[in-house]
Design a protein around this ligand. Sequence first.
Ligand code: CP
Ligand code: NVA
Length: 331
Amino acid sequence: MAVNLKGRSFLKLLDFTPREIRYLLDLSRDLKRAKYAGTEQKMMEGKNIVLLFQKDSTRTRCAFEVGALDQGAHVTYLGPSGSQFGKKESVADSARVLGRMYDGIQFRGYKQSDVEELAKHSGVPVFNGLTDQWHPTQILADFLTIEEYKGSLKGLKFVFAGDARNNMGNSLMVGAAKMGMHFVAAAPKELWPDQDLISQCQEIAKETGAVIELSENLQQAATDADVIYTDVWVSMGEAPEVWEQRIKQLKPFQVNAENVKNAKPDFLFMHCLPAFHDLNTEVAQDIYQKFGLTAMEVTDEIFESKHSVVFEEAENRLHTIKAVMVATVGK
Ligand code: CP
Ligand code: NVA
């Protein structure tokens, strides 16, 4: 049967079959090629998309805006302040209002239950642009990038180093399980994903041929890796007080030359961004003053090396987010 995602929400990868994820990756590739060739067809003319952000964003917001505009749709941005959402108006009420004016709703915020509730009450497709638990659109961009460099996903050894129970760790593990990859989370045990989610991914892996592993040693985990991925040690919405403990927990899992020396010679370095790889940000300066670190989750050496595909990955947020909108809201 043909894959048809019209009217569907995109809330987490667990809701999608490997075939549906494959379809979105193929559509992303096609839309990227069409944009480059100047042959893009506008599938979203007359559509309106609202972008609801409780947290900051560069890539996700810009990808939704440019993706929608490329496709002929209009967008409204509602930021962390300036709307009634969540303060004077409940999620369910906001959903019923926005669903009457818009053809699709993007939500970035804290609670996964909020994005699920928006989808339940709005009657239009809702896109999860990141919650504390999941970041599903990011995984599409990551996998498209890997395919561009490595040809396929199946069987590739993919190592995630860092806070493996954050939205990126969770989402990458599910994505890898669905697409038949060899996924290893390298993190201290207390930062491993929830045991229920690990078990769920191991069940999925039985059908897809994926391997799901957890390790407390990055150097060992990185041996023969095709992809090394990391993310910030403290995520948006976490209290600043957690920095001290998180640095202690995750310093041994920093992506640096020593820790990845046994990876394949042509390994890819990936990061969803933004990244703390130097001292050129306010937060990095603050951490340097307090803890003396000149880089956090990745050294500048690796970030700027020939292995790094982080900006290709960032560009692919556009093509993949556009694919999600076209597949669900497009004509
Ligand atoms: N990777 C990502 O989601 O980036 P933004 O926070 O800039 O959207
Ligand atoms: N884990 C990070 C991802 C940012 C794209 C965060 O939630 O802040």
